[in-house]
Design a protein around this ligand. Structure first.
Ligand code: NAP
Ligand code: ZN
Length: 376
């Protein structure tokens, strides 16, 4: 059986890794644009560590800190204008998947003149600024993917811009930055990583390498689930409730699962999740986790051997047990009316994700999956 695997990002992990490897920035130029959300990059200490490292190497910087969750195309054009104005040689994105994805698009737009339409239809020129990533959530794996997912108000969905040119050159994985990530964001992002790993195993592009990475990622997430499920929502000190070694393990799980989807793509689960996020503002990871158990049950009916492989990795006896595990983390599920079920299923069936599924759903199946996944 043939298999291809590609992952060109240099990864440096561990406590204080930015400071310890500050010389790695030298390769990218004399001025950086830091791309962040409004608060967390500063609050978690990552931005300060990056600035200290840049100062120590004589590298200048400017900051664009206006990336919102589920970034828009307009936000990326705004960031690119700053990059051009400041003469940035490279991009350092600090944050969750939103600033990391925006950073990738800013790197494209700062390097050349592109229209909104050209960008959304994949017309990516050859001149893309080098990209460095500092993830502050453990979930998306954007630091090791060639994807940038933007809110697309023209198509009313999330559009995935795909190009090997936006693989980051370098990523620093320091779990200390995730220590104060609130419980709900921690759970939702971790479930995104779990979804990436499980979907990777159920993709037509799965192989020995991605399976090995997916199984390791799944085991790391599942090892943390009992702890995450027992923490009270109003816990006074999240940094104590989730020890740093658990945070480190989850950060690595997220990166491993990112390497999986960089090579397998995602499935109908992500395709369904995009509408839940776009129209109902449900966090990306939560949206996938709502749908994933129903799809695994469907796979168990259509391809029991494949479902068995996934259940073995999860160390669970059945799809029902998987749903109970996810429910313990998600709490009350959101509801969806019949009209939305039909509309979202029609949108999901035409996505590229369907081609990735070993068990390919029909539009009626997707409707059924939404009904099984959402409350009343
Ligand atoms: P996010 O949208 O980046 O961040 C969610 C929230 O968490 C924001 O309010 C953010 O605050 C906050 N936050 C981030 N780090 C924090 C920290 N260390 N401590 C406290 N708060 C923190 O969430 P995400 O789930 O990581 O990313 C979701 C996005 O990634 C979606 O757009 C999704 O489509 C995309 N995605 C991309 C890929 C890929 O391969 N490219 C894969 C999966 C998902 P601030 O706004 O202040 O930063
Ligand atoms: Zn995802």
């Amino acid at each position: 059986m043939s298999e291809t695997f590609f992952m060109p990002t240099r990864l440096i992990s561990g406590s204080d890794c930015i400071n310890l490897h500050a010389d790695r920035f030298d390769a990218f130029g004399k001025k950086a644009l830091l791309v962040t959300g409004a608060h967390s990059a500063k609050d978690c200490g990552a931005e300060k560590d990056v600035i200290t490292a840049l100062d120590s190497r004589g590298i200048a910087y400017a900051i664009f800190d206006r990336v919102m969750s589920n970034p828009t195309v307009e936000c990326c054009f705004e960031g690119a204008a700053v990059a051009k104005e400041e003469g940035a040689d490279f991009i350092i994105a600090i944050g969750g998947g939103s600033p990391m994805d925006a950073g990738k698009i800013i790197a494209i737009l700062a390097g050349q003149e592109l229209t909104h339409e050209a960008l959304l239809t994949g017309g990516i020129g050859s001149s893309v600024l080098p990209i460095v990533m500092v993830p502050t959530t453990a979930g998306t794996g954007s630091e090791v993917t060639q994807y940038a997912i933007l809110t697309n108000d023209i198509l009313e969905t999330k559009t995935n811009i795909v190009s090997e040119r936006i693989f980051p050159k370098l990523a620093f994985l320091d779990a200390r930055y995730t220590q104060n990530l609130p419980l709900a964001t921690t759970i939702h992002t971790v479930l995104d990583a779990l979804s990436h790993a499980v979907e990777g195993m159920m993709s037509v592009r799965t192989g020995a390498i991605t399976n090995a990475l997916a199984i390791e990622a799944i085991q790391r997430v599942m090892a943390a689930v009992p702890l995450l499920a027992e923490i009270k929502a109003d816990t006074a000190d999240i940094a104590i409730a989730i020890p740093i070694d658990v945070r480190q393990s989850l950060m690595m799980a997220s990166t491993l699962a990112g390497m999986v989807i960089a090579n397998t793509g995602t499935t109908v689960v992500h395709a369904m999740g995009y509408s839940l996020t776009y129209f109902h503002d449900i966090d990306h990871g939560r949206a996938n986790a709502l749908v994933l158990p129903a799809y695994l049950s469907h796979v168990a009916e259509q391809n029991p051997d494949l479902a068995q492989k996934v259940l073995k990795a999860l160390d669970l006896p059945s799809p029902d047990a998987f749903r109970k595990t996810i429910d313990a983390l998600l709490g009350t599920r959101e509801s969806l009316n019949h009209e939305d079920v039909q509309r979202f299923a029609k949108m999901a069936i035409v996505t590229r994700n369907i081609g990735n599924c070993i068990v390919k759903p029909k539009v009626e199946t997707i409707e059924m999956l939404f009904q099984e996944s959402m409350a009343g």
